[in-house]
Design a binder for this molecule. Structure first.
Ligand code: 2PG
Length: 231
């Protein structure tokens, strides 16, 4: 038996365009982002989704809506995990206590803490490349008052394992609309990418990534990965 998992990072947002750290700030899509979602919708039009998931942030929800509007596969149940879906005790950020994490939103973007809203080039100039890369792509270095990717894995993975994985184990087709770093967190686990190599993984906006998975008892094995519309 096979299952299908489709990951899509939301279309380009206003702050992607302005080159600002976004994280949990609820920034809308920009025109190009809506167009990317339309294109993704056309590429996915003939899929039949058993379930679709989005984070609670509007850029992921709008992307999902546009994709589903173009879909010819029938009605799709939509799930938007709310705050607190992951038990608080299963989420332990590295070293800090973050007031922002009194509530935990499983599929949301990585929280960029004090960097949120700042221009990436200005942060790079102020702190230097080594620090910038650690904060931005390092696996376990959180920016001040923010999350590391490891923290994001710790909140996204329990939700994936309890809500999405069981669907895949029964051969379903599942679509997830989320964010650059929350999808890097899921991809790391799915593909078994090391803490070192995850630094290199970039996920483009609005591009569907389709995994065909072999279901073997409780195990999911990737048999095929396609990045749609890029070849
Ligand atoms: O700002 C952010 O929240 C993310 C995604 O847009 O940026 P980066 O790719 O730099 O991690």
């Amino acid at each position: 038996m096979t299952a299908t998992l489709i990951l899509i990072r939301h279309g380009r947002s206003l702050w992607n365009d302005q080159n600002r750290f976004t994280g949990w700030v609820d920034v809308p899509l920009m025109e190009r982002g809506w167009q990317e979602a339309e294109t993704a919708g056309r590429l996915l039009a003939d899929y039949r989704f058993d379930a679709a998931y989005a984070s609670h942030l509007q850029r992921a929800i709008c992307t999902l809506q546009v994709v589903l509007r173009a879909n010819r596969g029938g009605r799709t149940p939509i799930f938007i995990p709310a705050e607190g879906t992951v038990p608080r005790e299963s989420y332990r950020p590295n070293e800090h206590e973050f007031p922002a994490f009194l509530h935990v939103v499983p599929l949301a973007e990585r929280h960029y803490g004090d960097l949120q809203g700042l221009n990436k080039d200005e942060v790079l100039a102020q702190y230097g490349e080594a620090q910038f890369v650690k904060w931005r792509r390092g696996y376990d270095t959180p920016p001040p008052n923010g999350e590391s990717l490891k923290d994001t894995v710790a909140r996204a993975l329990p939700y994936f394992n309890s809500e999405i994985r069981p669907r895949l184990l029964t051969g379903e087709t599942v679509l997830i609309s989320a964010h650059g770093n929350s999808l890097r967190a899921l991809t790391k686990e799915l593909e078994g990418i090391s803490d070192q190599d995850i630094i290199k993984l970039e996920i483009p906006t609005g591009v569907p990534i389709v995994y065909r998975l072999d279901v073997d008892g409780e195990r999911l094995r990737i048999v095929d990965k396609q990045v749609l519309g890029t070849g």
